[in-house]
Each structure stands twice: as C-alpha cells, then as structure tokens.
Design a binder for this molecule. Structure first.
Ligand SMILES: [Ca+2]
Ligand SMILES: [Ca+2]
Ligand SMILES: [Ca+2]
Length: 398
C-alpha cells in the first residue's frame, strides 16, 4: 500500500517537478542576465571562459606533478640513508657508481704493451724484449706522445735500459731486447718493470704507465710473449731500500733508552759486486739538534746482515718527549765515501708504524719491543725531521 501511494505521488504531482526545476531555471536566467550585461559578443565570452578553464586545469595538473616528484625525492633520500646505515646496496644506488667507475677507467686508459720474457737458467740471465705499444695515452697537446720504454728489475734499480724515443706516435714498434743478470735465488723477490714515458724536449718527461711483472708468478721455463694493459706507475723505491728490525726499551726509573739493532734484510745493492757492506748508525736528536750517536760494526758483502748490538742512552723523562731516534743504514766503502742506503726516525714527531713502535715503548716501560721497519730515502726523512712540530704523547709511569 505504501509503495503504491509513493509511486502515484511521483507520477501524478506536477507541482513537485515544477518546484525542483524552478531554482535551476532561476540560475540560468541569472547567468543569462550577467552575460547580457557584459559588453562582449557571446562567442568571445565563451572563448574566454574556455581559456580560463584550460588554465585552471593546467595549474592543477602541474601542482599534482610537483607533489609526486617531491614525494619520490624524499623516498630516494630515505633509500640512501638506509643504504648508508645498513651498508646494504640496491641496484638503483649502485648503477650510477658503476657508470662513474667505467668513465674514470676510460679516462685512465694508458694503452697496452707487447713484450716477451725469457730466462736462461744456466747463465742466470733474464732477457726482456719490448716489442710494441698500442693505443697509448696522448700526453702532448697535439693529441700524440713521444714514447720510449725504460726496463729494469726491482732487485737492482741501478741498472736501467731504455729504448729509442719514437716521435709523435701512439702505436710505436720498439723491437729492442735487454738482458739482466738475475741469480735464481732472487727470482721470487724480483719484478720486471717496463715503464712507458713520453719524451719532452723542454720539460720533464711524463710517465704514461707501466707493466710490472712479479717473476714468481711466471713460468720461466718457457718464453713468455704477451700483451698487457699499462697500469699507473707505482712508487716502489721504499721496498728496494730494504728493512731493518730493532727493539726499543725505555726504563723511566733509571732514565735509560735501550736500542738493540737486530738485523736488516733485502738491503739495496750499493757495490758493483752486487752486495753492500752494511752498518747501522743510531742517533738521538734533541730539539732538532744532533745529540748522541753510536754505530754498529760493518758486515761485509751482505744484503741481509745480522747485528744484534745493544746501545744504551741516558734520556730523562722530560727529554723522551722531545727526542728523535734516527736509525740509518749505510754501505761502508774502502775507497769512496760511505753511502747511505736508507733511514727511519722514531719519536713523538714520527708517524705510522714508527710512531706506533715509539708509543708502544712508552706505554710498556721496561719491556723490549722489537719491530720491522721499511727504510725510507734519507732526503725524505731529513725533510720531515727539519719541518715537523712536536706532539705530546702520554708519559710512562715511573
Ligand atoms: Ca712529448
Ligand atoms: Ca758502495
Ligand atoms: Ca761497500
């Protein structure tokens, strides 16, 4: 019953329809009224309206895009933060790095070198043939280089051979052969090095790159001929000077510094017979002035001397803060002036391994502590000794 009455009410009451449409027609009439008041043709008004609507839509779309981008950026930032904290990697973060790396590798491309290496066991002689180079890096303004190759063995850097210089080419054919005496016992410790340089008439020659061949990794029973890409020229002077082992002990109660020079190994060859006659100088400098000096005996014809000599110095607790202990290895020569092989200094002004040894000694009074040190070029050590200022380490307890 209720349903029927509702239906009949909808269909049969024109008054309801009239009342619902009346306000709409009122709005249209009102709009019509306004439009009539505007002193423009109707098409112009419609065009302006359409343009305005279009602009509003455009602004809304732009705003939405900006918001999305900002959200994405924030998400990326979070990703990076998470990655750095957890040390995890995601592909999206790694990819740009790989590209960067590739680019830097392309920039670092130095070219490649063809060579051959042959070892004659009965003669104990190694022959290195520098064949040719290809795609060398251009070092000169014209986009070319003037390459030549320096060949040497790391067991004796005094003997170096060079090829001829080839002007204005990045693909030179050298075809030169060089021989070096090399005892079989030295093979494991020796690298063959071929350094490619760019010749310059009026300035220092530039290193283009090098090939370094650790002979222990090579099968010298056969002739080896191959191409290899040039790497960055390495600094290898330190390892060639040799190493020294000594122990340090400080006794605060008696103000004694005890240095025991134990041994040295792989010292640089300083004499023509392929050996050196090493001895060690132990010096103390106080406030940059030479203070006390002692030295070991000379060990003849050896690159691996054993000394085991003890030296005791009086150094007070106050002085130990300002003292430099300078240990230098020399080659004794009968006729000529003795030659310095290498040097190292310890003390509060030292750095790295040397400083560690010194501070270990101060931290453990009365206990001898032995350590190996690589010898450094004397001029470099002297430069540091003359320039550096003091830093204070905690003093040992008496
Ligand atoms: Ca040049
Ligand atoms: Ca000498
Ligand atoms: Ca000598």
């Amino acid at each position: 019953m209720a349903k029927i009455s509702a239906k009949s009410a909808n269909t049969t009451s024109p008054t309801v329809v009239a009342t619902t449409y009346a306000p709409a027609s009122g709005i249209w009439a009102w709009i019509e009224n306004i439009l009539n008041k505007i002193p423009l043709p109707r098409w112009a008004i419609y065009t302006l309206f359409a343009v305005a609507l279009f602009l509003i839509l455009l602004i809304i779309i732009c705003c939405c895009c900006c918001c999305c981008k900002r959200k994405k950026k924030n998400k990326d930032k979070e990703k990076i933060k998470l990655a750095s904290v957890k040390n995890s990697v995601t592909t999206s973060l790694v990819q740009p790095d790989i590209e960067k790396l590739k680019k830097s590798q392309e920039n670092d491309y130095r070219g490649r070198l063809q060579y051959s290496v042959e070892y004659n066991f009965p003669k104990e002689e190694i022959t290195v043939a520098v064949k040719q180079a290809a795609a060398l890096k251009a070092m000169d303004l014209g986009g070319t280089s003037d390459p030549y190759v320096v060949v040497y063995l790391t067991n004796d850097t005094r003997k170096k051979h060079e090829t001829k210089v080839y002007r204005k080419t990045l693909n030179p054919s050298f075809n030169e052969t060089f021989s070096f005496k090399l005892p079989q016992s030295d093979i494991a410790e020796t690298d063959a090095v071929m350094q490619v340089f760019d010749f310059n008439r009026f300035s220092k020659h530039d290193v283009i790159g090098e090939v370094r061949l650790p002979l222990r990794d090579m099968d010298l029973n056969h002739v080896i001929e191959e191409w290899k890409e040039l790497g960055a020229a390495g600094k290898s002077e330190y390892e060639k000077l040799g190493e020294i082992c000594f122990s340090l002990k400080y006794i605060p109660v008696t103000s004694k510094l005890v240095v025991v020079i134990l041994e040295a190994r792989k010292l640089k060859r300083m004499d023509n017979d392929g050996f050196s006659d090493p001895y060690v100088k132990v010096q103390l400098a106080l406030n940059k002035k030479k203070w006390k000096r002692k030295k070991t005996g000379v060990k003849k014809n050896t690159l691996n001397p054993y000394f085991n000599e003890e030296f005791t110095f009086d150094v007070s607790l106050e002085q130990i803060q300002n003292v430099d202990l300078i240990i230098s290895v020399w080659d004794h020569d009968k006729v000529n002036k003795n030659e310095q092989i290498g040097k190292i200094f310890l003390g509060c002004r030292a750095s790295g391994n040397a400083l560690r040894h010194w501070s270990d000694m101060l931290a453990h009074p009365r206990r001898p502590l032995a350590q190996w040190h690589s010898l450094q070029p004397a001029e470099e050590v002297d430069k540091v000794l003359a320039l550096k200022s003091h830093i204070k380490l905690p003093l040992p307890r008496r």
